[in-house]
Design a protein around this ligand. Structure first.
Ligand SMILES: CC(C)(COP(=O)(O)OP(=O)(O)OC[C@H]1O[C@@H](n2cnc3c(N)ncnc32)[C@H](O)[C@@H]1OP(=O)(O)O)[C@@H](O)C(=O)NCCC(=O)NCCSC(=O)C[C@H](O)C(=O)O
Ligand code: MG
Length: 287
């Protein structure tokens, strides 16, 4: 699947230590999985989790879902061993937590070699200030908002409208877009049994420009997939905009009007993106 249009609506964290969850994920309709060796795994369980995860990845069965492995920070006692154990296990990217500067990414890139894509947890204030340079790193293909760590480090309150996080969230999206071709994924919604709260936060993340949201429980997948997919009316409008613009162009005009709004070339580009995303989602569903 084309990496530019590949869907990343629902990105589910799975503790690398939990066999049952690793098995269950093979049948969940999420677009991507983050196999976690960091915060979801207790210190004493980390060596076993590495082995369990490496075996699960080798066994496969995750279909078209993107497979991302979150290692521990390289400054911890587990980071280096995580890289050694998982770099050749068949993941699509390695996700590095607690990044502050582009040189943290360089250190991982040196260990992985030039061909392994790197995703970065954007979860410290220093990291957010360095977002543009981090996103521009040649191996970085994804940014993930770590809203729990950011909340802790900022000392801000957890609010339903996420006002205290807004600057950080927007800087993450801007850095990804400025770098081009870098995916931006929103942080987790901790109240995993609150579907209405999740829906509202997904819609906010979608409005901000995120490609999708990180999740902690299977019950969150469906709501998220819907929120980050183009709606049927967006798809219909996109088709009509493209057709109307083509017609105007054929009659020598550079602008069309659809539903009382002008359609210029840039709107056609946005409309084509919507159709490409809808097609990629349909392809993802056709297992
Ligand atoms: C949150 C949980 C601890 C809840 O677990 P549990 O009470 O066991 O849930 P259920 O009984 O409702 O589970 C039902 C079935 O679903 C499977 N399951 C549960 N969670 C997952 C999952 N994440 N992926 C796949 N499958 C999952 C269970 O095995 C049950 O299956 P079955 O037996 O067939 O019925 C738990 O959901 C969990 O551990 N979630 C992940 C937590 C996690 O990964 N945390 C770290 C990432 S978030 C983070 O780090 C934030 C970031 O860094 C930041 O700073 O913001
Ligand atoms: Mg974190």
């Amino acid at each position: 699947m084309d990496t530019a249009t590949r869907p990343y609506r629902s990105v589910l964290y799975i503790p690398g230590s939990k066999d049952r969850a690793l098995e269950k994920a093979r049948s969940l309709p999420c677009d991507a999985i983050i196999f976690d060796l960091e915060d979801a795994v207790a210190p004493e369980a980390k060596p076993q989790a590495r082995e369990t995860l490496a075996n699960a990845l080798k066994e496969g069965g995750y279909g078209k879902r993107s497979r991302i492995v979150r290692i521990n920070a390289l400054t911890t006692e587990w980071g280096l061993e995580d890289v050694r154990a998982l770099r050749d296990a068949g993941a699509d990217a390695i996700l590095l937590p607690k990044v502050n500067t582009p040189s943290d990414v360089d250190n991982l890139a040196d260990m992985l070699g030039p061909d392994m894509p790197i995703w970065v947890m954007m979860e410290t204030p220093v990291c957010v200030f360095n977002a543009r340079e981090i996103a521009a790193h040649a191996q970085v293909t994804g940014l993930v908002a770590g809203t729990n760590d950011l909340t802790k480090d900022l000392g801000c309150r957890t609010r339903a409208d996420r006002l205290p996080l807004m600057t950080s969230l927007q800087m993450i999206v801007m850095a990804a877009r400025a770098a081009r071709g870098v995916v931006a994924i929103d942080g987790v919604y901790n109240r995993f049994r609150d579907g209405d709260g999740l829906k509202a936060e997904c819609e906010q993340g979608r409005d901000l420009g995120f490609d999708g949201k990180t999740l902690i429980h299977p019950a969150q997948v469906e709501v998220t997939n819907t929120a980050f997919a183009p709606t049927q009316s967006e798809i219909d409008l996109a088709g009509r905009q493209i057709a109307a613009f083509e017609e105007s162009k054929a009659s020598g005009q550079g602008v069309a009007v659809v539903d009382g709004q002008i359609v210029e070339n840039l709107h056609v580009v946005a409309a084509q993106r919507i159709l490409a995303k809808a097609a990629a989602i349909a392809e993802m569903a056709a297992e």
